[in-house]
Every structure is written in structure tokens, then in C-alpha cells.
Design a protein around this ligand. Structure first.
Ligand code: OAD
Length: 242
């Protein structure tokens, strides 16, 4: 990564009217949240995604899957936004309406850093929802603790409010993200392997420039005008400073 590339991207940031920041697990790596696909620490290293992150897996082994998410939830509650998250939020405060955060992360760190209007395409791990369509008895008062909690009357289970494999993304957030990407002058793709669609497709939906920030090669490098081989906490504060 050359200083000349960093300088060029800073100019693009300065000149862009609308910027989309598309983030993945690597955005939170320097906060101590493991990524999904890294060989050493990746969350999927010991499990295939189909074993855990699907509705079928949850129905087959609700306790196992619930406890796996519960452990991640505890881990994520103890970490803090890093310098990258903070630089993004500070830029948005200085330049209202110019930068939209679109994230695949469910850890809430962009929001906790102060970013407004975050489009969380894969949900939020801190929240639950009903597994089956709620009946009249499925109210907050009727939730009975357990692994997972359930409706005391009908047994309907609570499940993590994240998007599982095979599920649709939240429609409104996806539409907003697509509009933001297609109307943007610049898409910064940070900390994602770019292998999971439709999120990765947003980087291909812009007619503006695309910059990838990642210490490793990604599946989106082919659409990038510039690839900056570095970490989000190191590079974003530089790219987004005035
Ligand atoms: P991955 O684990 O696939 O990719 C993480 C990326 O972050 C890799 O390309 C790393 O090289 C990069 N990375 C690691 N440390 C970094 C750092 N400090 N700064 C910048 N980049 C760094 O995670 P995602 O691309 O987010 O979906 O995975 C996409 C989706 O797959 C996730 O949202 C999840 C998973 O299935 C759902 O849960 C629905």
C-alpha cells in the first residue's frame, strides 16, 4: 500500500457528495471480536455455518445454538468500539448526511460509537425475536427464561434477531442500502471478505469509486479502484480526517 494511494483516497473522500461505508467482521477485529473466516480465531473454525446459523439447526438443537449465540452476545457486550468506528462516527457528525454506514456486523459497535442511521443488514445479536409467528399469548410477560426462553403458554421459542443462512435480509434496510450504494460517489469496503451476498453486491452497485480496506485479499478486490492493505483502526482515522 503506497502513501500515494492513501492520499488519492483522502481526496476522493473529501470530494465525494455521498459515501457508503460497507463493513464486515474485520471492522470489529481490533475491538477483539473474532471474524467469521479467519483460520486461527474465526467463529466458524470449529463449526460449519449450516450447523449453527440456520433455522433448521436451531429447531434441531435449540439449546446448543442458543448457547453459542449467548456466549457471543456476552463477548460482544464487553468489547468497545475501536478507532475505526470512532473515526466514522466523528466524520458523520462533522458532515451530516454524507456517509451512510451499511454493516454486516451484528455487534452494534458502529451504533455504540455514535453512528446514526446504521443499516444493519444482518440484524442485532443483542435482540431476540419469536421463532414462529407470535400468537396472542406470545407477550413479553409470558416469556419464560430458559435456553432458549419460550412462551409459557404455547412453547413458541425466542431466537436471536440475526439473519441466518437461507433467510431474507430485512427488506427496508436492504432497499435503503441499495439506494445509498447506487447513489454514491464512493464506496469504502472495510473488513469484509466480500463473499456473502447480497451485502457484497452493494460494492458492485455503485457507479462511483470503490476502495477496499483489508489486510488480506478479498473477493471484491476486482471492483476496487484502490485496495489499501491495512487495518480499519489504522486506516479509517487517516482516510476520514479533514
Ligand atoms: P469474514 O470473516 O468473512 O471476513 C472478515 C474480513 O476481515 C477478512 O477479509 C479479513 O481479512 C478482514 N480483517 C481482519 N482483520 C481486519 C482488520 N483489523 N481491519 C480490516 N479488515 C480485517 O466476515 P464478513 O465478511 O463480515 O453473516 O462475513 C460476512 C457474513 O458472513 C457475516 O455477516 C456473517 C457470516 O456468515 C451472517 O451472520 C448472516
Amino acid at each position: 500500500m503506497g502513501e500515494r494511494d492513501v492520499a488519492a483516497v483522502k481526496t476522493w473522500v473529501r470530494d465525494a457528495r455521498r459515501i457508503v461505508l460497507l463493513t464486515g467482521a474485520g471492522m470489529s477485529a481490533e475491538s477483539g471480536v473474532p471474524t467469521f473466516r479467519d483460520a486461527q480465531s474465526g467463529l466458524w473454525t470449529n463449526f460449519r455455518p449450516e450447523e449453527l446459523a440456520t433455522e433448521d439447526a436451531f429447531r434441531a438443537r435449540p439449546r446448543f445454538v442458543w448457547d453459542w449465540y449467548a456466549a457471543r452476545r456476552v463477548g460482544m457486550a464487553t468489547v468497545q468500539p475501536n478507532a475505526g468506528h470512532r473515526a466514522v462516527a466523528a466524520f458523520q457528525q462533522r458532515h451530516p448526511g454524507r456517509l451512510t454506514v451499511v454493516t454486516q456486523n451484528v455487534d452494534g459497535l458502529h451504533q455504540r460509537a455514535g453512528s446514526a442511521g446504521v443499516l444493519a443488514l444482518h440484524g442485532n445479536i443483542a435482540e431476540d425475536k419469536w421463532l414462529d409467528r407470535p400468537r396472542a399469548c406470545c407477550t413479553a410477560e409470558n416469556v419464560q427464561d430458559g435456553h432458549p426462553p419460550r412462551c409459557a403458554a404455547c412453547g413458541n421459542l425466542r431466537r436471536p434477531a440475526v439473519v441466518w443462512f437461507g433467510e431474507l435480509l430485512p427488506a427496508a434496510a436492504l432497499v435503503e442500502a441499495e439506494e445509498a450504494a447506487s447513489g454514491s460517489d464512493l464506496v469504502l469496503v472495510v473488513g469484509t471478505s466480500g463473499r456473502v451476498y447480497p451485502a457484497a453486491g452493494l460494492a458492485r452497485a455503485t457507479r462511483g469509486r470503490v476502495v477496499v480496506v483489508n489486510p488480506e485479499p478479498t473477493a471484491l478486490d476486482d471492483v476496487a479502484d484502490v485496495v489499501l492493505a491495512g487495518t480499519s483502526a489504522m486506516l479509517l482515522p487517516r482516510l476520514l480526517e479533514d
